[in-house]
Write a protein that binds this ligand. Structure first.
Ligand SMILES: Nc1ncnc2c1ncn2[C@@H]1O[C@H](COP(=O)(O)OP(=O)(O)OP(=O)(O)O)[C@@H](O)[C@H]1O
Ligand SMILES: [Mg+2]
Length: 142
């Protein structure tokens, strides 16, 4: 478990590297936190740290974005508009879990019961320039 405070936009990149080390072989991550807390900002920093060169601003209506990297695709899921576990099954979310590529899930509320081991992040707004991030491993069978 680790606890971090961000005080500038530059800090996110440093934090991304630190968290990737802490996560180790766990490639499935969840990010909880209010609107505008900084979840997407952190996912973009993580993608950059993993070598993604072109972080295009994907259309906001897509639930799963895919970024190519040297170590395979990286999936960025935003399930804010998902309102039930059934919807996740309908979009085939489980098939992404089987691939064990890096998968970052914002708004994971309806996905938790589908997950095995994952790295759980909580991002919180503290002030216009400050955010807190708490991270810990969750080990369980799906
Ligand atoms: N340290 C900081 N200083 C100033 N602005 C920051 C800092 N960290 C993040 N921000 C800003 O806060 C906003 C966070 O938005 P972001 O889209 O990352 O939030 P989110 O948690 O993904 O929200 P949503 O739930 O809507 O997806 C961005 O506009 C970002 O530029
Ligand atoms: Mg977001």
């Amino acid at each position: 478990m680790s606890n971090h405070i961000i005080t500038s936009m530059e800090d996110w990149q440093k934090l991304a590297a630190t968290l990737l080390k802490e996560a180790g072989e766990t490639h499935l991550w969840t990010l909880q936190g209010n609107l505008g807390a900084g979840k997407t900002t952190l996912v973009k920093a993580l993608c950059r740290a993993l070598g993604v060169k072109t972080l295009v601003n994907s259309p906001s209506y897509s639930l799963i974005h895919e970024y190519p990297s040297h170590q395979g695709p990286i999936y960025h899921c935003d399930f804010h508009r998902i309102s039930s576990p059934e919807e996740l099954l309908q979009i085939g979310f489980e098939s992404y879990l089987e691939k064990s590529y890096y998968t970052f899930v914002e708004w994971p509320k309806h996905a938790y019961h589908l997950l095995g081991n994952y790295f759980k992040l909580k991002v919180a707004y503290l002030s216009p320039t400050q955010r807190s991030v708490v991270a810990h491993h969750v080990f369980r069978q799906p």
